[in-house]
Design a protein around this ligand. Sequence first.
Ligand code: DCT
Ligand code: MG
Length: 330
Amino acid sequence: MADKNYDDLIQKLADIAQIYIKINQEFRARAFSGAATAVQFKQNAGQILPNTEKELKKIPGIGASTAKAIIEWQQSGQIQRLLELREKQKEEIVPVAQPQLTAAEIEKVNSIALFETIHGVGEKTAEKWYAEGLRTLDDVQTYKVQILTHAQRIGWKWYHHLLQRIPRTEMDTYHSLLGQALGNLRWEIAGSYRRDLPDSGDVDILIEAKTGYTLDHIVQHLIAQKLLVDKISQGPTKYMGIIRLSPQHIARRIDIRWIPAISWWPALLYFTGSGDFNKRMRAIAKSQGYILNEYSLSIEANDQIIAVNSEQDLFAALDMDYLTPAQRYE
Ligand code: DCT
Ligand code: MG
């Protein structure tokens, strides 16, 4: 049987978080505490952690530095950072007024990291809840009527669903269902799915705006098909909600964007990502006097828009070799 016991890893991540609290590195403490929570979730669900940094980073609560630490633990049973932090603590001359690690401080970091696992809850909200006295998910349940915005209410309602990533086979099913629903409109599932990743955090759909149709037509159609089961928000160009294949399936986050024809290629490029790749390409554009965003590629000096007919055109305009979506990881 595969070894699914992560107690030692969870303890080590929590230990790192505690040391960071002591030395007033709250941001780092939060990262490690969040990772400990994420691993605990995986363990509770009987799931095995992936063994690459890339896959680990897809787990909500795990970032670049914590993914590295987890890999180290998987390979050696140790985390160098913890050993070093412990050494450093030993070496330090104990000052007269050494910051004391209080139970409340540990609780603060842990609670905030926990609250941020709820879809729609960011750092500001999590800190506010903590300041208002909330500590656990049970507290969220107790006070939900008073504290949750509409978007957070949906995140809370589907809490255990939205923690899970979507396997590619299920994404393929959305792909074929949407193909049937969207008929002859131009559309794509962008994001990690288009980058050929084995799983996705959400369903990112782009549809080209066509005269005679509105985004709401599409949304109503998908609601009638019982695919869209909850709405987070809807405007003329962006729908955010929950999609579910059936009441037996896990509910998933979906974003649908209604894209004017002129922005199709820049939007497809942008929403395909990855986020890191977008940053890099935007910087390259900027260094050449262009502005690249989800709407267009334009000349910074005079706002003139460069006409393009493909993603290849966008790469070529910036003198970049074309990269397929799967190659756009950084
Ligand atoms: N994006 C970006 N910068 C961000 C967030 C998003 O450029 N800060 C772009 C790139 C990816 C696209 O939007 C969709 O965003 P996500 O769904 O968050 O990313 P993803 O790559 O699809 O990853 P996931 O599998 O987690 O959904
Ligand atoms: Mg996505």
